[in-house]
Every structure is written in C-alpha cells, then in structure tokens.
Design a protein around this ligand. Structure first.
Ligand code: AHR
Length: 494
C-alpha cells in the first residue's frame, strides 16, 4: 500500500489528557495477589509486600492513574475488611472471580502505597451494588478527612496520620450487570444519592465518576446524562475487544488471519462507540464538562489452557500490541471528551502489561506500546490529514494504517503509526507541514514476522522494541516503509 500523511505541526487541537494512559488493577486472579502483592515475608524482593520488579517495570510507563479494587469485585468489596492489623483481616470468598479466598491483605493503605511507588493518582471505585451509603461515605472520610472524626481516628490508629489526597472516585461499577443488574433510571437515582455523601473534605476535591454504559447501550448514557449529568464529573464506558462471541471466545494464541482481521475491526469499533456516546453527552453537556471515562477496555480471549477460568489469565501477542495502538489513537482523536481510560488490567489479567510466574516477570507487547506512546501524555494533539489505503480480507476492509501526532511541552513532535496488515508493508510519504527546519529524527519500532509472536518466561525478549531506521528524509518530507504488523514511534527534535 502507498499512502500519504500530512502532519500539521503548527495546528494544535487540544491536550491529550495523560489519564488516557491509565491502568486498572482488580482483585481478580493473580493481578493483585502474586502480581503486585507478595507480602513482606515473601522471598520475592518487595517493599512492604509490594513486588519491586513489577513496580520498577511499571514505573517506566509513567502510569498517570490507577483504578482499584474492581471491576465486579468493587461492588462486593467492603473496605473495612481490608484495614487494620493483617492477622485480624477477614478472610472471605471472592465470589465473582474463581471462588478463591481473599485474605484482604491488600487494602486501602496498601493501595495508596502502591500508587505512591508508581507515582500514579489513585482512582477508587466504591460499592453501590452491595454496599451502603454510609459505608461509601465513611470510606471517603477515612481516606481524606483531616480532623477529629471516628474514621480519621481509625486511620491514624492504623498507622496513617495524615489523610491521603484522593481525586478520582467511581460510584459503582457496571451497575447494569455485576454491580446490581439495575435499570438506568434506578441507578441514576442511586448515583444522585450516593454521590451526595462522597464529600470534599478540606481542600481535597473529588472528581465523581458515574457508572456508565456497556458497549452500545446508548439509552443508559441518555438516562444518566438527563437525570444526573449535572452531578457528575465523569461517566464511564466499558467495551472489550472480543473476537468470536462472549459465549464462544477465541484463543489468545493459535489464531489465524481471519481472527486477526476480526480483532482489528472490532478494535476500531471503539471510535463509533465514543462518537455516539459523546453525541448524547453533547446534548446535555455541550461544553464538555463531563469526561467520558473508558475505564475498562482491551482484549478478552479464552483463558490460558490449564489456568483457573475465573482468573482471566491470557497471553499477549503482536495482535494485542496493535489493538493497544489503535485504541490509544482513537482516544487521542476524542481528546475533547475522553478524559481518562484504564486498560484491563495491569498485571496477569486480560490485556496485561506484565505477566509473572513465581519470581519471574515478563513485559508484554502491550507494555512496549504503552512505553513507546507515553510521550503523547499531556501533549498537544496535532491535526493530521491522510490518504491511505485499506487492508482487505475476505471481502471486507479496514484502514491499513492508523496515525496520531502530538507536540510535547519540550517541543518534540511525536508521530505514532500502526500498520495492521499482517503481510504487507505500507510505503508512506509523510509531510511535516509548518516546520521550518527538520532537525534530528529518531524512531522506535515494535514488530515481528509472526502474528502470534509473544514473550514467554523462557524467551522473555522475543518481542521487544528496536531502533526504526526505515525512513529517508528530504527537507520536510519523509519516505517511510512501515513493516507489516508494526507499531512505530517517530520523534522529531525541536
Ligand atoms: O475486567 C474484568 C471484568 O470485566 C470487570 O471486573 C468487570 O467490570 C468487567 O465486566
């Protein structure tokens, strides 16, 4: 395929909120336990129980915000079980995820410590489905109140003198499903009630996020915006990329080109979802005060054979890398409405950044995309114009190349490119319009010659970044050869 791209380097469109690069960690499978938390007694090197190797790797992603404790777990979680001396913490059953014992050793204090280690903003999801207003309100008091009160005193007794800063708070999760099977009218009323008691103590200001729609449930968004839009700062949206169907999911490995194509096409569906949900939000909130918070997205395949089906552990291939790149580009394009997203999930669950096995850890292809793309965080989106061909498969077609450009605060211009075709390069002519002088250009690529390429504990570096040099510069023009199934990041020095 031959194509052309114009990047208008002097035409800024607005900020790509860094929170688009947010993550999600749930008490699900081996995400929290084993993946992030090993306990102080573990031979795996840790800081107060939090594993050092995983934290070190994740720090390199500049994770802006971390959502916790769920997911479906959030609407079954009673935070009081997870504070105080560990030996007294309640052992309970994680009914939603595998029916395993949850010993509550990772709770509020441990979560804030993890966020501090990662330098990420905490985003806590409260329990509407099975929790009370009082429980939610006391949690906020426990975390953020700096005065004399029963919850502040309890926090101090538990070793934390000063309150934490908490910005993001979700009022329930998937309340149309695992969070209570509610109708939007009913949830909208509950949202209004619960959020009233999510107080701003002192100078702590909470950004309240209402539980939003599942995929294309536009009526949910309509009702929520109509009935409660004025009381929320954000409204969530969940959509997973599921080749096959929910009932008959496909494998993370062992797929063919038909499934590759289907996965890419389903990833691009995110654009339509955001456009249509945003249009409804625009009706009630034309100034775009309320952010669309895509706080769960990513691939969802059959669980890895031989693992607990309730643990949602799956491998991660070049296909996942392209899915990540396409989604991030779509989120950039909707930077006026999309203020945060949280890929599911950070470690060992679904489209993870990191996989662990005992003391071993590996970085997935998705990790590398997040690492390469972090330069877009809080940068100014630049207008691009493209003339590009399609990837055709079995009578169907999708755009072959996706591109996004931004200008960072230090003046660097970054251009990310995804070629979703598994067998064809893309020959691109890229014009850096508006740039008087093009100085140094460097590139990084994530590529493989196999769709299924992935990292294993035996071969942890099979898929990794490399320098990208397949371009030639003539003044403001670049001739680029984008290899099949590749993700590229170009950096143009100011
Ligand atoms: O991320 C896994 C699960 O997917 C979450 O717990 C839930 O919110 C969603 O259905």
């Amino acid at each position: 395929m031959k194509g052309s791209i114009i990047v208008n380097t002097d035409w800024e469109q607005g900020v790509i909120n860094k929170n688009i690069y947010g993550q999600f960690a749930e008490h699900l499978g081996r995400c929290i336990y084993e993946g992030l938390w090993v306990g102080q007694e573990s031979p795996i090197p840790n800081t107060d129980g939090i594993r050092n190797d995983v934290v070190e790797a994740l720090k390199r992603l500049n994770i802006p915000v971390l959502r916790w404790p769920g997911g479906c777990f959030a609407d079954e979680y009673h935070w009081k079980d997870g504070v105080g001396p560990k030996e007294n913490r309640k052992r309970m059953v994680n009914t939603h995820w595998g029916g395993v014992v949850e010993n509550n050793h990772f709770g509020t204090h441990e979560f804030f410590q993890l966020c501090e280690l990662l330098n990420a903003e905490p985003y806590i999801c409260g329990n509407v489905g099975s929790g009370t207003v009082q429980e939610m309100s006391e949690w906020v008091e426990y975390m953020t109140f700096d005065g004399e009160s029963p919850m502040a005193a309890w926090r101090q007794e538990n070793g934390r003198e000063k309150p934490w800063k908490l910005k993001y708070f979700g009022v329930g999760n998937e309340n149309w499903g695992c969070g209570g099977n509610m109708r939007p009218e009913y949830y909208a009323d509950l949202y209004r009630r619960y959020q009233t008691y999510v107080r701003n103590y002192g100078d702590n200001r909470i950004y309240r996020i209402a539980g939003g729609a599942n995929v294309d449930d536009y009526r949910w968004t309509e009702v929520l915006m109509r009935e409660a839009g004025y009381l929320m700062d954000g409204l969530s949206l969940h959509n997973y990329t599921v080749p096959g169907t929910w009932e008959a999911k496909r494998q993370a490995l062992g797929f063919d080109e038909a499934e590759w194509f289907e996965t890419m096409k389903k990833s691009l569906h995110m654009d339509e979802l955001i456009t249509r949900h945003s249009a409804i939000m625009d009706k009630y909130d034309p100034d775009k005060r309320v952010g669309l918070i895509v706080d769960e997205w990513g691939t969802w395949f059959l669980t890895e054979p031989g693992t607990n089906p309730g643990f949602l552990y799956q491998q991660n291939t070049m296909r996942d890398a392209l899915v990540a790149g396409l989604h991030l580009h779509i989120f950039h394009n909707h930077h006026d409405r999309v203020q945060m997203t949280n890929i599911a999930q950070m470690v060992n669950v679904l489209q993870a950044m990191v996989l662990t096995e005992g003391p071993a850890m590996l970085l997935t292809p998705t990790y590398h995309v997040f690492e390469m793309f972090k330069v877009h965080q809080d940068a100014q989106a630049l207008a691009t114009h493209t003339k590009l061909g399609n990837y055709e498969y079995d009578g169907d077609s999708i755009p072959q190349v996706s591109v996004s450009a931004s200008k960072a605060q230090d003046g660097y211009i970054h251009i990310s490119l995804c070629n979703v075709h598994p067998g064809e390069s893309a020959n691109l002519n890229l014009e850096l319009r508006g740039l008087e002088e093009v100085k140094e250009i460097s590139g990084v690529v994530l590529v493989s010659d196999e769709m299924q390429a992935h990292n294993t504990f035996d071969q942890p570096e099979r898929v990794k970044k490399a320098a990208f040099t397949s371009f030639q510069q003539q003044g403001q023009r670049l001739d680029i050869v984008l290899p099949p199934m590749s993700v590229v990041m170009l950096a143009i020095a100011p």
